[in-house]
Ligand binder design. Structure first.
Ligand SMILES: [Zn+2]
Length: 125
């Protein structure tokens, strides 16, 4: 199994561990080199002042310790039936990752079992 699939599988396991009552169950895992740095889950409780809920991508990157870390982010979404779904980051998260972090690339699950990715460095030019 390739490295990307293995890391997305970990994100899937973490997403699946969220309460089934959640509308969206997303998790993100953040790696630097070969090492897992942090994990994050979306939270409907931890809302920002503007009404945004906390997305998994943001939850995974601690702004105090990981902002300057040029690692790789892996995101997975699990639907209430338990199947893996498209977890392509929303535009607000992509913009945030590009401007506020040094994450190089974000990988996301797709419903067919494959994955996609966004090259964040190419968006920083
Ligand atoms: Zn988002």
């Amino acid at each position: 199994m390739c490295r990307v699939t293995r890391r997305l599988d970990l994100a899937t396991k973490i997403a699946a561990s969220a309460p089934i009552t959640k509308q969206y169950r997303l998790a993100a895992v953040f790696y630097k080199g070969g090492a897992l740095q942090s994990i994050g889950q979306n939270s409907e409780e931890a809302a920002f002042a503007n009404g945004y809920t906390l997305h998994a991508e943001r939850a995974a990157i601690d702004p105090w310790t990981l902002k300057e870390t040029a690692g790789l982010l892996y995101v997975s979404r699990v639907r209430s039936r338990g199947d893996v779904s498209l977890s392509k980051p929303c535009q607000a998260c992509v913009d945030w990752l590009v401007t506020e972090t040094k994450v190089k690339r974000v990988f996301y699950t797709m419903p067919n079992g494959g994955h996609g990715s966004i090259d964040l460095n190419s968006l920083r030019k």
